[in-house]
Every structure is written in C-alpha cells, then in structure tokens.
Design a protein. Structure first.
Ligand code: PLP
Ligand code: ZN
Length: 411
C-alpha cells in the first residue's frame, strides 16, 4: 500500500482541479482548495483493522492525509487526544451522554497543532523554505514551532490582545513575530503584503489546502474512538471554521469508504455573541456570511469577523441538519469555572462556549433526551491564565487555613 492516496486539489466553488505536487494557494476564483483522495482505490485495501497496530497519533490515518513520503512527516506526537466522559457536567445540563474531545493536551497546547503538523509537513514536501501567516495566537504558535522543527522560516503577525503565551511560543521558536493594533483581519492584510513583497508561502487560514486535512483528524479520531458509531451532535467553537469543515470532510470520506453508516452527527457552529457572523448567516438561511463589525470576545480564537471558508461551514451545518449558536462571554466564563470545579478539567474559553451551547440547546429541546453529544475543547485552559480572576489569601508562617466551604467542589 502507498503511504498517501492523495489524488489532486479541487475547488468546491468552480470545480477546477489543481496538482497537489505543486505549491498551491487559493483557486483562481478566490475559493479555498480541498484535497481529494483516490478513495475508490483505497476502499479495496484500507480497513479499520489496519489501524489497530499503529501509533496513537494522527499519522495513523496517513493514507487519507496529503503527505506522500513518510520522511517528510514533521511530528511532535500530536493527535489521538482523549474523548472523555463528562457525567457530572452532563447531569447538570440533563445530557446523559456527554463527552469532551480534549485538545488541551496536544503539543503547543491547542488543536492548531494538527493543522500545523500536516500543513508544515506538506510544505516541507513541496520544498517551501519560508512561510507567513496572520493568527489569533494559537495557530501562529503551532505553525512557528512545527516550522522550526521542519527547518522552515516563519513570519507571523498577531493582534496585541492575543493570548500572551502564544507570543512566547512564536518568539522562542525563532519566528519573525509582529503584533498589530487590530484584529486578525488587519494582521491578514499585513501578511498579504509581505507574501507579495517577499514571495512567501501564505499559510493563512484556508489559503493553503492542508491545514483542513490536519484538523480533519479530529473527526477521524472521534469516529475511531466511538468504534465507528456516529454520535448525534458535535459542537465546535467556530472562528475560521476549519475544524468544522475538516470534521465534516472526515466523516464524508469515512462514509465513502464504508467505515461509518447512517446519519452523520448534527454539526453545531458555536460562536461568541460579540462575533457571530456564521450564526447570523445561518439564522437568515444564507450560504455566506457578512463581515461582523467591531467584533470582540474573550474567546480569542473565535474572534474572526469574516471567514474565507464561511460557505463551507454553512454547507456542513445545512447538510447535517445542525445549527449555529452565539454565546455571551459571561456565560462561557461561568461554565469554564464550573467545569473545572466539578469535572477537574481546566478548558479554554473557546471550548467552554461549546458546553454552554450544549446546555442551551438541551434547554430548547434541540438536543434530545439520551442523545450522544460531543463538545470540542480546542485548547488548554492554562494558555489563558487571565480568564480566571483569583484572590488568594497570603499567609504568614504559622498561620492557619480555613476549612473548604466552596460549594461547587462539594457537588
Ligand atoms: C482555542 C481555539 N479554538 C477554536 C478556534 C477556531 O478555530 P477554527 O479556525 O477551526 O474555527 C481557534 C482559532 O484560533 C482557537 O485558537
Ligand atoms: Zn474555483
């Protein structure tokens, strides 16, 4: 068997095909490109049993990843993150079958490592020597680190308000890092200029085709971890929406291979009330979103006022009969604390938004009794220390402490 069954790139808007062995960015029509595989060929030879002896990382799915030669794989051991039962918070929101896919324990502390591992590996295979990208923090951190491992130079621009630790991750990896007084869309314009000025590989969200393939592995893993039985609902914190597009792509590929059957899970795009362009478009039944002015949210990774792949996100929601929902910052912060206090998981604010969404959709009856529901925690809470305000008493040697009267941890 071959290492990869990659066939070509195709445009989901105008159907034009491109060679996956050449450097490609967007389609001529401006749309992101998607990777196609020889699934018919693969169907004959590829079986779930083949996976059982492989290492517990995302490269176990190499046949349906775009890297053709194993020596180009740049890995820090990413993937196969746990799918954890969340019975106590589940009970609290009347969802008896609640699970969290925990991306907080992956290299660089967020699921962005998946897109970076696959994207950088493919960049290496294509002979790229220097890449550039705008970021809300986590993606830049992951790409800077994986690029360093691959010996590829990186230039990164992020908003000044992005989580501070992500600056350090870029800086420590030797990236050419800048902060911008503005949003990711402003960073994007600056990177666009640099890409033109210095002929760099543009690794912006969806401007190279391979990040989706990395994020797709979340969907492959969820399916494998559930023994190829589909859950009812998957909730995803949606900024650029790459993860949601990727999960949908993964599931349709698995369907084609015959590894999963029946209905696909309803995909839910969770956004912040202060930046909800996909939610607005979905509520209006539209197929593309509009730029969301003056966006702001504490869940920084989902502060994306206009996503290039919005039409793909909306398509995945419509096709799976999912929905889109916006969450207030104060609700997700309260949920973040509650989850840590009753489940012991310190998750990121973006991840917390998916739990609030599950809670609200259950209250509305959209999530039904007994349904299997999966939330995505896309990063580690420890990357966002400022979301937790603490007042800790300082003792003098010999002082005494009080008994724990905290009501949440008793539940
Ligand atoms: C922690 C976290 N969650 C979610 C997202 C949104 O990711 P996507 O572009 O796949 O919508 C980001 C993006 O920066 C992020 O950092
Ligand atoms: Zn096109």
């Amino acid at each position: 068997m071959k290492f990869s069954y990659v066939s070509h790139l195709h445009c989901p808007k105008c159907n034009q095909k491109y060679d996956a062995r050449e450097k490609q960015q967007l389609c001529e029509c401006g749309s992101p490109l998607l990777v196609a595989y020889h699934l018919d060929e693969l169907k004959k030879e590829f079986t779930p049993e083949l996976l059982t002896k492989r290492e517990a990382n995302l490269w176990r799915y190499h046949e349906i990843l775009p890297v053709e030669h194993e020596e180009n794989v740049v890995s820090l051991g990413e993937g196969m993150t746990p799918l954890i039962a969340m019975p106590r918070i589940g009970e609290d929101m009347s969802i008896s079958n609640l699970y969290m896919k925990d991306e907080g324990i992956i290299p660089s502390g967020s699921f962005k490592a998946r897109g970076a591992a696959v994207g950088v590996s493919k960049a290496k295979e294509l002979g790229i020597e220097e890449l550039a990208m705008p970021t809300n923090g986590n993606a830049g951190a992951s790409w800077a680190l994986y690029a360093a491992r691959a010996g590829i130079k990186s230039s990164i621009v992020m908003p000044v308000n992005a989580p501070k630790i992500t600056r350090n991750e870029c800086a420590v990896s030797g990236s050419n890092l800048y902060l911008v007084n503005g949003l990711i869309s402003d960073a994007g314009k600056i990177i666009g200029q640099a890409v033109n000025d210095f002929s760099l590989y543009d690794a912006s969200t969806l401007k190279e085709p391979y990040r989706i393939e990395g994020k797709k592995t979340m969907g492959l893993e969820i399916a494998e971890q559930l023994n190829w039985e589909m859950p009812d609902v998957i909730l995803y914190p949606t900024g650029g929406g790459v993860g949601l597009i990727g999960i949908y792509k993964a599931l349709t590929e698995l369907q084609y291979l015959g590894w999963i059957n029946g209905r696909l899970p309803r995909l839910v795009a969770v956004q912040a009330a202060g930046c909800a362009p996909i939610v607005k478009a979905w509520e209006e039944g539209k197929s593309v979103s509009e730029f969301w002015p003056d966006s702001s949210t504490i869940a920084f990774g989902i502060n994306v006022p206009k996503a290039l792949g919005d039409f793909l996100v909306l398509d995945a929601i419509y096709k799976t009969e999912g929905c889109a929902i916006a969450i207030e910052d104060q609700s997700l912060l309260a949920e973040q604390q509650k989850i840590a206090a009753i489940e012991g998981a310190f998750i990121c604010p973006e991840g917390a938004s998916t739990f609030v969404a599950a809670r609200q959709l259950r209250e509305k009856g959209w999530i039904k009794d007994g349904e299997k529901v999966i939330t995505l925690n896309t990063g580690a809470g420890i990357k966002y220390p400022d979301t937790v305000q603490v007042e800790v008493p300082i003792l003098q040697p010999g002082d005494r402490i009080r008994k724990n009267t905290n009501s949440l941890s008793k539940k």
